[in-house]
Design a protein around this ligand. Structure first.
Ligand SMILES: Cc1cc2nc3c(=O)[nH]c(=O)nc-3n(C[C@H](O)[C@H](O)[C@H](O)COP(=O)(O)OP(=O)(O)OC[C@H]3O[C@@H](n4cnc5c(N)ncnc54)[C@H](O)[C@@H]3O)c2cc1C
Ligand SMILES: O=C(O)[C@@H]1CCCC=N1
Length: 388
């Protein structure tokens, strides 16, 4: 077994969160190694695919507030890498006018003075053709929102990290971690040591944490990523300024439904259900539950009459979900040179640049730029005792 040179920091996992963390560390002159189990780019985790939603429309103030800086950081990366990563389309939010869910999002936007437009039901179809607003639903548009070009963003941030002198080793699966003043990381055929470790292993997080005496209440869900054909090509197209959308409550299912204007596959609009069935991350393709697709078919038949209600393409992705759907951004409770970023619960991409900054701050022992109390490990006390 060979021993390779020491680093200031090793980051495990080159998804969006690990890549931005490595980039931030390299910006701070840290000698950084980014380790990835698969050959890059890959489609086996949570960060692949061409698009994601970026928005300020959230239930909780703290996410809306954090998004302010995220937009700036995305723009900074666009400039540094000379690439377009964000397209402003707006986000149409729909939900029962009197429901808590809809009202909370509306209030958060209003309180934080986020530019938005409320669409009264009688004016809805003038602004949003080809969508049936449900009886009793309210509708608003978060005009700051849009589409993030995800694959392109990952390439851009990894490219900037390499330009800063960072090292990426892909096809290197971490098989053990030994904590200590120097953390030792084992991969097949090699050992790496560093003063600090950041763990951003997505759906494989609990596997990694088992090496260091910790388990988190994370569920791994397989998401069916569905694309639906426009009956009239272009009717829900990004070029026609059709917005992304979020349906916060509807009779068809308990969870949100969200969609992005047709873009990546010409004539196909991406619409997904915000949950899926549990899986082991290495067994994703054996999970064949499609009950979410039945919910989407019924919803689209009723509300998006311009889409063929049979998915034309179904791809796979994974969520790693915490019980409260808030992220985990914290130091290991005993080994404080090990930082953990996990549980992004299906909504973490848009925060990537800021997550990178925060995990870098935690790793360097700096005071984090935001109050991280919603993201602490000790909010799950029952999961701390048995494994430590
Ligand atoms: C269908 C879908 C739609 C989504 N829509 C949105 C959206 O609209 N807006 C939004 O903001 N977010 C969205 N998200 C969420 C967002 O994409 C995720 O929160 C984010 O990609 C999580 O990134 P990550 O870096 O934590 O995980 P990953 O991308 O999975 O990265 C973890 C990496 O760690 C590597 N790894 C694991 N174990 C090891 C090991 N032993 N050795 C080496 N490497 C290892 C993995 O191979 C992987 O590459 C969506 C997610 C999905 C699945
Ligand atoms: O994060 C997002 O914006 C999307 C849409 C809502 C549900 C999860 N992901």
């Amino acid at each position: 077994m060979s021993t390779e040179g020491d680093y200031d920091c090793i980051v495990i996992g080159a998804g969006v969160q690990g890549s931005f963390t490595a980039y931030q560390l390299a910006k701070k002159k840290q000698r950084t190694l980014l380790l990835e189990q698969f050959v890059l780019p890959h489609t086996r985790g949570s960060s692949h695919g061409q698009t994601r939603i970026i928005r300020k429309a959230y239930d909780q103030d703290y996410y809306t507030v954090m998004m302010e800086e995220c937009y700036r950081l995305w723009a900074q990366l666009e400039e540094e890498a000379s690439v377009k990563l964000v397209r402003q389309t707006g986000l149409l939010v729909m939900g029962p006018e009197n429901s808590l869910q809809y009202q909370v999002v509306k209030n958060t936007l209003q309180k934080n003075r986020v530019p938005m437009v409320i669409l009264p039901p009688e004016e809805f179809s003038k602004h949003i053709p080809n969508v049936n607003l449900s009886e009793g639903d309210g509708a608003l548009v978060d005009t700051t929102a849009g589409v993030l070009f995800a694959d392109r963003a990952l390439r851009a941030v990894q490219g900037q990290f390499l330009k800063l002198g960072g090292i990426i080793k892909d096809g290197q699966k971490v098989s053990d971690i030994k904590p200590g003043a120097l953390v030792t990381v084992m991969v097949s055929g090699g050992v790496y040591r560093a003063k600090n470790l950041v763990l951003t292993a997505g759906s494989w997080t609990n596997g990694m944490l088992s090496y260091i005496g910790l388990q988190l209440p994370l569920k791994v869900l397989k998401i069916n990523v569905c694309y639906w054909k426009e009956k009239v090509p272009g009717s829900y197209n990004v070029q026609q300024r059709f917005p992304a959308f979020l349906q916060v409550e509807c009779p068809e299912g308990k969870h949100h439904i969200y969609g992005l204007p047709s873009n990546e596959y010409p004539g196909l609009m991406k619409v997904c259900y915000h949950t899926g069935s549990e899986t082991h991350p290495d067994m994703r393709d054996r999970q064949s539950d499609r009950s979410d697709i039945d919910i989407l078919k019924r919803y689209l038949t009723r509300c998006f009459p311009g889409l063929d209600p049979e998915p034309a393409v179904v791809e796979s992705c994974m969520y790693t979900v915490t019980p409260d759907e808030d992220f985990v951004l914290d130091c290991h409770p005993i080994h404080n040179n090990i930082v953990i970023g996990a549980g992004f619960s299906g909504h973490g991409f848009k925060f990537g640049p800021l997550i990178g900054k925060l995990l870098c701050e935690l790793s360097l022992g700096e005071v984090p730029s935001y109050d991280l109390s919603p993201f602490r490990i000790r909010r799950f006390p029952e999961h701390l005792k048995p494994s430590l």
